[in-house]
Design a protein around this ligand. Structure first.
Ligand code: GLN
Length: 207
């Protein structure tokens, strides 16, 4: 079966665990490199990206996270998690580092003060069954993307969901709704990578 970790340094960890379990996957928290090594996929939750960044550095997790991203581990980041997956932040707080992996520049707290939190219906490529209820809480938007990045959803003219290879990110929080379709799409990415790995092992064995 599929085991998906949720990076549990800060943020809405429980909600992601529940959403993943809701898709039928197994889910558990990840805080240490040894725990990271055991999972088939990882979620970086919403929360405060500066705090997650500082704690990741303090727990010795930044390099291990960068390494698994380079190796192709499927990772999904929501909101602060999206910021953690960005190669570049437009307005970083001092010392704020990211894991990177998605060739994009994000703008933190992009929607402005009047619009700190809102819900909007968002049509998302790869998520069948109609628009998702996008919960935006001091959300970032994607300012610009490299050629490898596929934009999966827009809101108000700005990309708010993207995918690059095995990395998925949304500016909004599907884990705060009862709708698990975005998590299901991510779990499908995890399953596909696992199946591909098993196929290549079989091929190497000459079967
Ligand atoms: N504004 C937060 C940040 O910059 C993200 C908010 C969220 O994850 N809901 O990290």
């Amino acid at each position: 079966s599929i085991l998906v970790g949720v990076l549990a340094l800060q943020g809405d960890v429980r909600e992601h665990l529940a959403a993943l379990t809701g898709t039928g996957a197994e889910a558990r928290t990840v805080r240490r490199p040894e725990e990271l090594a055991e999972v088939d996929g990882l979620v970086i939750p919403g929360g405060e990206s500066t705090t997650i960044s500082k704690l990741a550095a303090a727990f010795g997790m930044l390099e291990p996270l960068r390494a698994v991203v380079r190796e192709g581990l499927p990772v999904y980041g929501s909101c602060a998690g999206m910021i953690m997956l960005a190669e570049k932040i437009l307005d970083p707080r001092s010392g704020q580092q990211t894991v990177g992996g998605i060739d994009m520049i994000v703008r933190r707290n992009a929607f402005g003060r009047q619009n700190e939190s809102f819900e909007a219906s968002v049509e998302m490529t790869g998520v069948p069954g109609g628009p998702v209820d996008g919960v935006f809480i001091r959300a970032p938007w994607v300012e610009s993307t490299g050629a490898q990045v596929r934009i999966l959803a827009h809101y108000d003219g700005h990309p708010v969901a993207v995918r690059q290879g095995s990395l998925l990110a949304t500016a909004f929080h599907p884990e705060l709704t009862g709708d698990h379709r975005v998590h299901a799409a991510f779990v499908e990415m995890v399953r596909a990578r696992q199946a591909a790995g098993e196929r290549s092992v079989t091929a190497a064995n000459g079967e």
